[in-house]
Design a protein around this ligand. Sequence first.
Ligand code: NAP
Length: 260
Amino acid sequence: MTGSARIRKILILGGTAEARALAQKLAGRADLAVTLSLAGRTADPLPQAVPVRSGGFGGADGLEAYLRAERIVALIDATHPYAAVISANAARAAEIAQVPLLALRRAAWKAQAGDNWSEVATVEDAATALGEAPRRVFLTLGRKELAPFAAAPQHVYLVRSVDPVDPPLAVPQASYITARGPFTEQEDRALLETHRIEIIVAKNSGATATYAKIAAARARGIPVVMLKRPELHHVASVEKVEEVLAWLDHVSAPSTARGV
Ligand code: NAP
């Protein structure tokens, strides 16, 4: 085989810093044609080192059809740990289309001495966990997940999101910060102090980019209402970009090289 016949097509399901880093590592590979898929949630996504497609596939069936039509030889699910639907779709589509799948999943943060976390299963539970008495709350969930806090209008909210929250939260007292991580602990400590934050609502995203608020909360003795991670399909998974590279070299190698 020569030229383009050797090029193997890889699909990365992205939306995370890890997916971006992986794409960066693979961008220079002459033997691979890598596409990164984004949900299309962010108005101004960061530039990527490989071609990007954006928007849903149309469920597991749509993703399966895409894998077949594009002759994808390996699928990497590097989506956010709370993006459970696309991960389930990836598992199903890969199985049916018989495309090798590897998940790149960040380890969850673990509470350490000084942390004061209460875990909740849903955003509605998080709103309830804030309690009856008015508090100053730092909300760091996705901007599309905020609606349940309208049921707790007694609190003063500070919302940080990548894109503006539109429409705004239906509560009398809310202010907004539009910002994309990574954030430093110093920045987040200052934010908590300036806004006199008394409690934080967060997802256990893992990795470092958004950990600063957790460390800052610990330093200031502020409690965190932590949304539990969703249960994900059990598929082969790794935590580090380098491990994906090793897996890819194995699964996307020509079948003769794999001895099958
Ligand atoms: P989701 O609930 O797992 O996915 C919903 C649908 O979005 C999927 O069924 C799929 O549509 C589409 N989709 C998701 N990721 C995609 C990708 N990489 N490429 C193409 N289509 C994709 O995920 P979500 O609605 O994006 O987010 C769920 C949770 O994850 C939220 O808590 C959110 O804040 C968090 N999160 C997501 C991202 C992200 O980039 N997606 C980033 C940070 C945080 P079809 O069924 O039509 O294929």
